[in-house]
Design a binder for this molecule. Structure first.
Ligand code: XMP
Length: 326
C-alpha cells in the first residue's frame, strides 16, 4: 500500500515518457497487490475513474469489474461513450446499470439543492451496493482518488454525507492515482490511449445535470438541459472555445415565460447559458463569448429543444454568484 504523502523526490508527470514509466510501475504494483483476486470499480466516465479503469485493465484485465451507473443525470452521449470505450474498445468487464427511472422516481418533488445532492449520492451508493452483492469473489474496491482529494478532505471522494458501503462490504482499497495531480492524471490517461474528449473534458459535478435542472427535477426540463448542453458543447467545439473556456453549461429554471411561435402564444422554459474561466474554482470570470455565436446558439436552442422559448446569458462572476446555480 502506498503512503498518502507525495514524496518530495517524485517527479511531476508532464510527458508521455514519464507517463509510460508511471504506468509500468503501477501495473507491476497492482499485479503484486491484487494477485488473482477481483476488483470492483464505479466507473462514471470522468477522467479519474476512467484512468483508474484503463490502468487496471492493463494490469489485471477481466479481474476488474467496472460498474457504470446511468442515473439519468449524465450529459448526452456519456453512457454510450463509456460502453464504446471500455466494453467495445478495451474489452473490459463492464456492468451497465440503467437506473434512470429509479433515480428520477426518488428525486420526484425533491427541490432543495443539498437534499437533491444527498438523494442522488445515497441512491448511488444503494445501486452500487446491490451490484456489488450480485458479484462473487470481490476483494478490492478501486477508486479514482487523486492528490487534491487527499489534501482537501479525508482522502475519500466526497459523497455529501451519505456514508459509504455497509460494514460487510468493506473491501481493501486500490487507489493507483492517489498521488497525482489532475494534469498528471490527464497525461497518464492520454498515454493509456483514452480518447481526448474523455481525458481533457471540463469539470462535471458528481450530481450531474441534477443541479442544473433547478428545483424539483422533471423529465421535460431535464431533457431541455441535456439537449441544450449538447448544442452548447457542439457550438463551442466548432468555434474553438472547447479547450479555451474552463467550464460551460446550460441551466433550466423551474418557471415558464410567455413567447410566440408560428403566430401562437407559447408558455415555456428559459435556458440559461453559463461559461466561465477560473484557476481553482474559488473565483471565476465570465467568458466574453462573441455576440454572434450567442445569437446562433440561441436560434438553435429555441428551434431544436422542446419546451424552450427563451435563452439568457449569465454575466455574473464568482463572487457574488457561484459557478453552478444550485
Ligand atoms: P461552485 O458552484 O461552488 O462550483 O462555484 C465550483 C466547482 O465545483 C463544481 N461543483 C461540484 N462538483 N459535486 C461535484 O463533484 C457537487 O456537488 C458540485 N457542486 C459544484 C462546479 O461544477 C464547479 O466546477
Amino acid at each position: 500500500m502506498q503512503e498518502n504523502v507525495r514524496p518530495e523526490s517524485m517527479e511531476r508527470i508532464t510527458t508521455p515518457e514519464l507517463a509510460n514509466a508511471f504506468i509500468d510501475e503501477q501495473v507491476a504494483a497492482l499485479q503484486a497487490q491484487i494477485g488473482d483476486k477481483n476488483v470492483l470499480l464505479a466507473l462514471s466516465g470522468g477522467v479519474d475513474s476512467s484512468v483508474v479503469a484503463a490502468l487496471l485493465i492493463k494490469a489485471i484485465g477481466k479481474q476488474l469489474v467496472c460498474v457504470h451507473v446511468n442515473h439519468g443525470l449524465l450529459r448526452k452521449g456519456e453512457p454510450e461513450q463509456v460502453i464504446e470505450v471500455f466494453r467495445n474498445q478495451m474489452d473490459a468487464n463492464l456492468v451497465y446499470v440503467d437506473a434512470v427511472d429509479r433515480f428520477l422516481d426518488k428525486l420526484a418533488g425533491v427541490a432543495e439543492p443539498e437534499n437533491k445532492r444527498k438523494t442522488i449520492g445515497a441512491e448511488f451508493i444503494r445501486v452500487f451496493e446491490e451490484e456489488a452483492r450480485k458479484l462473487d469473489g470481490i476483494e478490492f474496491l478501486a477508486q479514482g482518488t487523486i492528490y487534491p482529494d487527499i489534501l482537501e478532505s479525508d482522502g475519500v471522494k466526497a459523497h455529501h454525507n451519505v456514508g459509504g458501503l455497509p460494514e460487510d462490504l468493506q473491501f481493501e482499497l486500490v487507489e493507483p492515482v492517489k498521488l497525482l495531480f489532475k494534469d498528471e492524471v490527464r497525461v497518464v490517461g492520454k498515454a493509456l490511449g483514452l480518447p481526448d474528449n474523455m481525458v481533457f473534458r471540463q469539470p462535471f459535478p458528481g450530481p450531474g445535470l441534477g443541479v442544473r435542472c433547478l428545483g424539483a427535477i422533471t423529465r421535460d426540463r431535464l431533457e431541455a438541459v441535456r439537449e441544450s448542453d449538447a448544442i452548447l458543447r457542439e457550438e463551442f467545439a466548432k468555434n474553438g472555445l472547447e479547450g479555451k473556456v474552463w467550464q460551460y453549461f446550460t441551466v433550466v429554471p423551474d418557471f415558464k415565460s410567455v413567447g410566440v411561435k408560428d403566430g401562437k402564444r407559447t408558455f415555456a422554459y428559459p435556458v440559461i447559458i453559463r461559461a466561465v474561466n477560473t484557476k481553482d474554482a474559488m473565483t471565476a470570470t465570465v467568458e466574453n463569448v462573441p455576440f454572434e455565436l450567442l445569437q446562433h446558439i440561441t436560434k438553435r436552442i429555441t428551434t431544436e429543444v422542446e419546451n424552450v422559448n427563451r435563452v439568457l446569458y449569465d454575466l455574473t462572476p464568482k463572487a457574488p454568484a457561484t459557478i453552478e446555480w444550485e
